[in-house]
Design a protein around this ligand. Structure first.
Ligand code: AMP
Length: 404
C-alpha cells in the first residue's frame, strides 16, 4: 500500500482530510490524508531550534520544495505547515504519542486532562512526550477549534496479560512506580496484523508474529487482533538488535561498566541507545544497507553484525510463539523487513523447527512497497511482507475517536 498513494495534483479537492503529526524533540513529521487515505501530502520539519531549521514539503504538483526557517521552534514550524496545508482544510489532527503509560489503552480526544497526562508521562518517555505536548499546544494556539486526538504507541499492547508485561522485580515497583513492560511501535503492529488478517486465506482467529525491522526494531505476538506479547519493554531499548540500540543485555552491565570503567549512568544510556546495535558491532553504520554492502565486500565485523541481528530476531520469534494459541505466520515490515530479502531469509534460516518453507524467488520480489506472501503451499507458517502505514493507522483511529 505504501508508496502507491497518489500525490495530490493541483486543484485536487480532499474530502475531510486528517492531519497526522509526529512531533519529535527537533522535528515534526506530517502527513495530510484524504478521507479514504488514497491521497496524501507529506513533509518534514527538521533541525528545529537551530539556524538550519527547514521544512521539506511535497508541493501541490508532487514536487519537493525546501523552505528555510532559521531558528524556528515547534509553534512557528507548525504555523508554516498549517499554512502550507490550509487550502485542504483538515478536519482533525491525529498525533503520534510515544508513551501512554498504563492509563491509555486506546486513542483519546485531547482535553486538559489528556494533555496533562501526556506531559506527566514524560517520566517514562523523557525525549518524546514533551515534544508531543508542544505540538498539541501549538496546534491549539493556531486553531483552537480543530479537534485533536492522541494515538499512543503503547496503547495496542495494553491487551498483554500480566505474565507478559510484569518484570520479576518487587511488586511495589509496579504498583507505585509503574515499572512494567509497555511495548512500542503499536500503530505499525496494529496496521500490519490487521492487514494480514484481511489478506490471509482463512478468516478464523489468526496468530501472527509481526516483525518490524527499521532503525528501531520490535516484534509482537498478535492473536485475533490483540497484542499478547512484544519485544520492547519499559522503554524501546529492550528486545532485539536495532540500528544503534543494543536490545537485551545483562541488566548487570550497568554496574559492571561503572565498576571497571567508571562510566556514569548517562554515559551507559548513551552507549546502549546511540552507539550499539548494528553500529556498535560493525563499527561502520547503523544503516542496514551500508552494513550489508560492507558484508558483501568481505568486512567481517559487518558480517557478524548481520549474523547477530538475524539470530536475535529469530530467537524472539521462537520465544514470542509461546504467547500464541495458534501460530499462523510471520509478517515482515519496516525499512529492513520490507526491503531486504536476504535479511528475511537469514532470519528464517535461524528457525529450523517451525516447518517454515519459503519460496525464495517470491521473497526476492518483495521490496520497495510491494506487498505479498512468500511461503510455499506446504509451509506450516505463512510468510508475509506488508509495508507498514502508521499514518493510515493514526488517521483511522483519529476518525474513530471523533466519529468522523
Ligand atoms: P525505517 O526506520 O523503517 O525507515 O528503516 C530504516 C532501515 O531500513 C535502515 O537500516 C535502512 O538501511 C533499511 N533499509 C531500507 N531499504 C533497505 C534495503 N533495500 N535493504 C536493506 N535495508 C534497507
Amino acid at each position: 500500500m505504501q508508496g502507491m498513494h497518489k500525490i495530490l495534483s493541483k486543484g485536487t479537492a480532499m474530502q475531510n482530510p486528517i492531519l497526522v503529526l509526529n512531533c519529535g524533540s527537533s522535528s515534526i513529521k506530517y502527513a495530510l490524508l484524504s478521507n479514504d487515505s488514497s491521497e496524501r501530502v507529506a513533509g518534514l520539519a527538521e533541525n528545529l531550534g537551530l539556524d538550519t531549521a527547514r521544512i521539506k514539503h511535497t508541493d501541490l504538483n508532487g514536487e519537493k520544495v525546501e523552505i528555510s526557517l532559521a531558528g524556528a521552534n515547534h509553534q512557528w514550524a507548525l504555523q508554516k505547515i498549517l499554512g502550507l496545508l490550509a487550502a485542504y482544510k483538515p478536519v482533525a489532527v491525529g498525533h503520534r504519542v510515544v508513551h501512554g503509560g498504563r492509563e491509555f489503552s486506546h486513542a483519546e480526544k485531547v482535553n486538559d486532562h489528556v494533555l496533562a497526562e501526556v506531559k506527566r508521562l514524560k517520566v517514562l518517555a523523557p525525549l518524546h512526550n514533551p515534544a508531543h505536548a508542544l505540538g498539541i499546544e501549538a496546534v491549539e494556539k493556531i486553531y483552537p477549534d480543530l479537534p485533536q486526538v492522541v494515538v499512543f504507541d503503547t496503547a495496542f499492547h495494553q491487551t498483554m496479560p500480566a505474565k507478559a508485561y510484569r518484570y520479576a522485580i518487587p511488586k511495589d515497583l509496579y504498583n507505585e512506580h509503574y515499572i512494567r513492560r509497555y511495548g512500542f511501535h503499536g500503530s505499525s503492529h496494529a496496521y500490519v496484523s490487521h492487514r494480514a488478517d484481511s489478506l490471509a486465506p482463512h478468516h478464523q482467529a489468526n496468530g501472527w508474529i509481526t516483525v518490524h525491522l527499521g532503525n528501531g526494531c520490535s516484534l509482537t505476538a498478535v492473536y485475533d487482533g490483540k497484542s499478547l506479547d512484544t519485544s520492547m519493554g519499559l522503554t524501546p531499548l529492550e528486545g532485539v538488535v536495532m540500528g544503534t540500540r543494543s536490545g537485551d543485555v545483562d541488566p548487570s552491565l550497568h554496574i559492571h561498566l561503572h565498576r571497571i570503567l567508571g562510566y556514569s549512568l548517562d554515559q551507559i544510556d548513551t552507549i546502549l541507545n546511540k552507539q550499539s546495535g548494528l553500529l556498535g558491532i560493525s563499527g561502520i553504520s547503523s544503516d542496514m544497507r551500508t552494513v550489508e554492502q560492507a558484508a558483501n565486500e568481505g568486512n567481517e565485523d559487518a558480517k557478524l553484525a548481520i549474523e547477530i541481528f538475524c539470530y536475535k530476531a529469530a530467537r524472539y520469534i521462537a520465544s514470542l510463539s509461546c504467547a500464541l494459541p495458534t501460530f499462523t505466520g510471520l509478517v515482515f515490515t519496516g525499512g529492513i523487513g520490507e526491503n531486504s530479502a536476504s535479511i528475511r531469509q537469514k532470519i528464517l534460516q535461524n528457525l529450523p523447527h517451525f516447518g517454515i518453507k519459503a519460496n525464495l524467488d517470491k521473497n526476492a520480489e518483495l521490496s520497495r512497497g510491494v506487498e505479498g506472501s512468500f511461503h510455499q503451499a506446504d509451509s506450516l507458517l505463512q510468510l508475509w511482507v506488508i509495508p507498514t502505514d502508521e499514518e493510515y493507522q493514526i488517521a483511522k483511529e483519529t476518525k474513530e475517536v471523533l466519529g468522523l
